[in-house]
Write a protein that binds this ligand. Structure first.
Ligand code: AMP
Ligand code: MG
Length: 337
């Protein structure tokens, strides 16, 4: 890519000044800052309006850099990193003292991941240190999957944006805790709990969105503190409905209505017939789970841009069809909570 060394040099300078750099990854765009500087990390929380209790994932260039931010790098972590890194898997372990408390929301553990994007790997290597990288959006709203999405949310004077094209994964990383030798998926993603289990040679529990508490209470801190019931949400009201209900729900909406449905979804012909009369606006999604995930956040943003009274999302299949549907459904539940 033309100008890439100059872009990276400018980004490294910004990071060394304690500033913010948005970077592309294979999942979504991250809002980066020096993970070892509390003042820089503080700016990430401020820019996003993120609750201080919601910990940040630390992005590293390789396993050696990961080992610098954790208390120890056990066999489970080694196996997972060797199999899945660079890639959409964040590994939670007890943190090293060098990691400021602000990064982990005050908790004892840190999540680390090595992202699979050449531009960002080059950035982290050139910076020669770990970067925090929550999704580069205002807290609670839809995550960014293009550089343009990031620019809509932040002023270029505050956030230098590295443009690495559209994100190919489209939804946030799988978060797996291997604290105390026990493996638990805290947030589902493109890498499924069953595959993690195969690599570790044991069954891995998955804390599904339905079973996660909304408000972590002080006496028993949530294992995954940032997992809020309402998240990834468009500004417009959004609901999840079964295909057979599209017509009934759409007819109940007086103003603008957007339907997000997979191609060839049962019920879509009825929505199309209605839309020839001007309502609803139909956004068609890929039929396959990975294609749907890649398109999801851009589709929610397109829907939101129409300022509809209601966004109607047709419930996609479940994980029995493909494991990635679990992660997609998790995001859809939170987007419509
Ligand atoms: P985001 O960066 O917006 O994709 O959100 C990161 C999410 O990863 C948080 O909301 C947590 O659910 C999870 N996470 C990050 N760090 C930790 C940690 N130290 N322990 C448990 N979960 C974490
Ligand atoms: Mg986020």
């Amino acid at each position: 890519m033309d100008g890439q060394p100059e872009q990276i040099a400018a980004a490294v300078t910004r990071l060394r000044e304690g500033g913010l750099v948005a970077f592309p990854t294979e999942t979504v765009y991250g809002l980066g800052a020096d993970a070892l500087r509390a003042d820089a990390v503080q700016k990430v929380f401020e820019a996003k309006g993120r609750p201080a209790s919601n910990p940040l994932i630390v992005h590293v260039a390789d396993e050696a850099m990961a080992a610098r931010v954790v208390a120890s790098w056990p066999a489970e972590a080694r196996k997972l990193a060797e199999r899945f890194w660079p890639g959409p898997l964040s590994i939670v372990l007890p943190k090293a003292p060098v990691v400021p408390a602000i990064v982990t929301g005050g908790g004892p553990n840190v999540a680390v991941r090595c992202p699979a994007h050449p531009l960002t790997l080059a950035l982290i290597a050139a910076f020669d240190g770990p970067l925090v990288g929550p999704s580069a959006n205002v807290s609670g709203f839809v995550s960014p999957t293009t550089a343009a999405h990031v620019r809509e949310a932040f002023d270029e004077r505050d956030v230098l944006v590295l443009d690495g094209g559209d994100c190919v994964g489209g939804i946030e990383s799988t978060v797996v805790s291997v604290v105390g030798g026990k493996a638990r998926v805290l947030r589902s993603g493109l890498i499924d709990a069953a595959v993690i289990g195969e690599v570790l040679g044991r069954e891995v529990e998955c804390a599904d969105s339905g079973s996660i508490s909304v408000t972590p209470n002080a006496s028993t801190p949530a294992e995954s503190p940032g997992q809020l019931s309402s998240h990834y949400a468009p500004r417009a009201k959004a609901v999840l409905v079964d295909a057979g209900q599209i017509k009934r729900v759409v007819l109940g909406v007086k103003g603008e209505c957007v339907v997000i449905a997979r191609e060839e979804e049962e019920g879509l012909p009825e929505a199309d017939a209605l839309s020839s009369q001007g309502k609803p606006h139909v956004i068609r999604m890929p039929r396959d789970a990975k294609g749907y995930a890649r398109r999801l956040y851009a589709a929610l943003r397109e829907a939101d841009a129409l300022h509809p009274e209601l966004i109607v999302i047709v419930t996609p299949p479940d994980q029995s069809v493909h494991p990635v549907w679990r992660a997609v459904r998790d995001r859809l539940k939170r987007a419509t909570a």
